[in-house]
Design a protein. Structure first.
Lengths: 115, 115
């Protein structure tokens, strides 16, 4: 069964350092999402891609976060500099499309701890 | 934008009993309502979903009901088993402030099934 791949699974970084997460969606999925899940809460959308284009980054803290999906396949989410409040699970998800009511498949996530 | 509220935050039931989790949403244009199960340290996995043109859907021990007028939907698990213990998230696909559709998640319900 095809899965969304994410790496690393765990990341510990010091505050003010840069950190990057990688996501490879299910083959053929045009829509890719990055969510942040703080412990005890539901996932919150950070950025949504349709192919290589950002279609929603309204909740992305753009002063420190950036995301790209250069060839419309895999994606990278970067934080620079990391802050203590960034400690969370970062989940990537993908789906066939965005306009239709299609299922979003999640990756295992990257658990970030900022110390 | 969409706002989803989920209750209760924790639920403890005896094995074999039923469990009900309720969610309300704010955007009357929302048209897709998935439920995800997340076990500790694992990815959220879709367990059932319902579209706005349907009032009820059932899959073995799991059922979801949707009341569009009242803007609420519920997850029903019958004959609960210890392996049903997990955190359950509801979500609604409504319009974000960007005009794009995206999933907004509830805050989660931690279900514990006591053997």
């Amino acid at each position: 069964e095809a899965e969304v791949a994410q790496s690393p699974r765990y990341k510990i970084t010091e505050k003010s350092q840069a950190v990057a997460f990688w996501c490879d969606p299910i083959s053929g999925h045009a829509t890719l999402y990055w969510y942040r899940q703080i412990l005890g809460q539901g996932p919150e959308l950070l950025v949504q891609f349709q192919d290589e284009s950002v279609v929603d980054d309204s909740q992305l803290p753009k002063d420190r976060f950036s995301a790209e999906r250069l060839k419309g396949v895999d994606s990278t989410l970067k934080i620079q500099p990391a802050e203590l409040g960034d400690s969370a699970m970062y989940l990537c998800a993908s789906s066939w499309g965005q306009g239709t009511n299609t299922e979003a498949f999640f990756g295992q996530g990257t658990r970030l701890t900022v110390v | 934008g969409e706002n989803v509220e989920q209750h209760p935050s924790t639920l403890s039931v005896q094995e074999g009993d039923s469990a009900v989790i309720k969610c309300t949403y704010s955007d009357s244009a929302s048209n897709y309502f998935p439920w995800y199960k997340q076990e500790l340290g694992k990815r959220p996995q879709l367990i059932i979903d319902i579209r706005s043109n349907v009032g009820e859907k059932k899959d073995q021990r799991i059922a979801v009901t949707l009341n569009k007028t009242a803007k609420h939907f519920s997850l029903h698990i019958t004959e609960t088993q210890p392996e049903d213990s997990a955190v359950y998230f509801c979500a609604a696909r409504g319009f974000k402030d960007t005009g794009r559709r995206a999933l907004t998640f509830g805050s989660g319900t931690r279900l514990q099934v006591q053997p």
